[in-house]
Design a protein around this ligand. Sequence first.
Ligand SMILES: Cc1cc2nc3c(=O)[nH]c(=O)nc-3n(C[C@H](O)[C@H](O)[C@H](O)COP(=O)(O)OP(=O)(O)OC[C@H]3O[C@@H](n4cnc5c(N)ncnc54)[C@H](O)[C@@H]3O)c2cc1C
Length: 379
Amino acid sequence: MDFALSEEQTAIFDMAHGFGQEAIAPNARQWEAEGTIPKDLWPQLGALGFGGLYVSEEAGGAGLTRLDATLVFEALSMACPSVAAFLSIHNMCARMIDAYGSEDLKGRVLPGAVAMTTVLSYCLTEPGSGSDAAALKTRAEKTNEGYRLTGTKAFISGGGYSDGYVTMVRTGVDGPKGISTVYVEAGSDGLSFGGLEDKMGWKSQPTRQVQFDACPVPHGNLVGTEGDGFKYAMAGLDGGRLNIAACSLGAAQQALTQTLQYMGERQAFGQSIDRFQALQFRLADMETDLQAARIFLRQAAWKLDTGAPDATAFCAMAKKLVTETGSRVADMCLQLHGGYGYLADYGVEKTVRDLRVHQILEGTNEIMRLIVARHLLSR
Ligand SMILES: Cc1cc2nc3c(=O)[nH]c(=O)nc-3n(C[C@H](O)[C@H](O)[C@H](O)COP(=O)(O)OP(=O)(O)OC[C@H]3O[C@@H](n4cnc5c(N)ncnc54)[C@H](O)[C@@H]3O)c2cc1C
């Protein structure tokens, strides 16, 4: 068993970290205030190979493993979890098209997606169905040319901003077997967006409802086989959960690094606060928790890469464990900054706000527990 990163993996991490610190971190607060990420950032990430991290090399992607991808998200999240998480969603969509799309669809969508001149959103949640995603109601009625979509998707990251929407729709019976996946291009007739959601964190990412009003989608934009869409959506989420966990990990580790520096500078009772043993013990606990989370996350990624039968349960456990650890550590870092932690200038409060949603999306952490419990009970 070898726990070391290879030279290539270290280089991937360093490249993502370097780009994040140079091109993202100095702008993260401004993008948060503006409520948007400048579109010209994405082709720069595309040029690094981050637009199709685990899109196959034949389709122009980087063909990396899931473990490699977690390194990219951990490193980028040290600059800004909101930007890193948006890239994760895009990659999840690109991979779904690569894995299940027809050659024609791949040829039309993937070159732009990999270069990130085309940014993709993932549309599963609806106003009436989140955790119970298989209850979705957006209908895709068959027409001579393909489908006509009617319904509303809720909480869509990149709604009204992205260039393409990988959308789960109902083409058949109630339940998971009646769901298909289609690719909807921005600018399609009958496609519109709700108002910008005012959120606690992830503020630089625009989140809106995505509305379909008799929106025509050509047959060629069906992803894979009709009726298999829910399977594709769930398969995409295994990797998405690892990425989100990696985003929590990187941002929390960054908060700890910042906190160490702050504690060395901040004086109280005639000494720097890092001299208080009670606080040193907190630092030790945080570092231990993050290191344990990192190993567990990488093991789950390895299981997904190697097609282990318990990979889905491990992805769920990793998502739960790492996102909860990340939030707890970020909150403690804020505490160790005292009142300054509560001020935007120090950046830690943004991390606390950004990480909170990682326990809610890509399946809530209650749903992660459900997946793990089912796995245990089925044995
Ligand atoms: C900022 C943000 C961005 C998002 N981006 C996207 C996106 O890009 N694409 C997309 O499709 N979705 C997106 N989502 C939606 C997200 O995935 C859902 O919010 C999430 O799945 C939870 O669904 P819900 O909000 O309907 O909560 P509900 O499903 O209504 O859950 C409410 C509560 O009940 C609990 N619960 C529900 N069922 C059970 C159960 N069986 N057992 C135990 N507890 C249960 C939940 O854990 C939760 O605590 C985003 C959400 C947010 C906040």
